[in-house]
Design a protein around this ligand. Sequence first.
Ligand SMILES: C[S@@+](CC[C@H](N)C(=O)[O-])C[C@H]1O[C@@H](n2cnc3c(N)ncnc32)[C@H](O)[C@@H]1O
Length: 270
Amino acid sequence: MEDVYATIAQSDPTVQERIAGILELRASDPQQEEFLDSYLKSVPFPDGAKVLEIGCGTGPVSRAVSRLGQVSEVVGIDPSPVLLDHALALGAEYPGLSHLLADARELPFEEHAFDAIILHTSLCHIPGADRVLAEAFRVAKPEGLLVVFDGDYAATSLAIDDNDPLEAVARAAVKVMAYDRWLVRKLPGLLLQAGFEVVRSRAFAYSAACDAAYMLTILDRGADALEAAGVIGANLAAALKEEGRERADNGKFFGLISYGNMLARKPQGA
Ligand SMILES: C[S@@+](CC[C@H](N)C(=O)[O-])C[C@H]1O[C@@H](n2cnc3c(N)ncnc32)[C@H](O)[C@@H]1O
């Protein structure tokens, strides 16, 4: 089993519908909202900024960006028609917000079209991160900004002790969660290679100790992946999912995801 996002347009529409629910669930998680607010506040968008979100999914990040005072226009692109339908419906009332079916590796825009480009948990899912960043560089204005926020998924953990079986589930989940689970650690080099200057780097830690809802979707994906690979049977997969829910009900659940955030700039004259 591979990262479903990497070939999302070819996946079953029912899978895309399930993903739409997970993306909105994650976006409404208070910690995730805090991460987004925190990094957006520190991006020096120029007044009247025209912003592109690459891999917008159901559009929660595009909607948040379009609420910012300095931003006048936001375009969200995604290759999944199912996710885009949700983005269109949820963003209908937002002035200056539009969505387009497109692939990050072949953006349908002229060069120098955007003041800022955002990749929020999308770059690690797209095969060919170097091509995505080359396209982002092309469509960014000189001195245009690039903001990347992505999961450092290799470090994801569900363990509460040595040899906790949920940690094996976390490792299985990580393999299907991202096309490149090491992307965040390669990002500085990839940005430089694409021609960007790195302005700032930050990390965020997501702890699911108090609210396990989003992290339980990851537990389920890991257990399903182990079952699909024939490593465990259906009974054990169900028992592992149940173990996670019991821990959550009893206040014993632990889950951790680290995120990396980088702000980069296209040099003047480029
Ligand atoms: C984890 S979701 C993030 C969605 C949104 N940015 C958010 O944070 O809610 C990853 C997104 O990357 C998109 N994606 C996958 N392949 C892509 C590609 N080749 N070009 C653009 N987006 C892509 C997926 O369709 C999906 O919406």
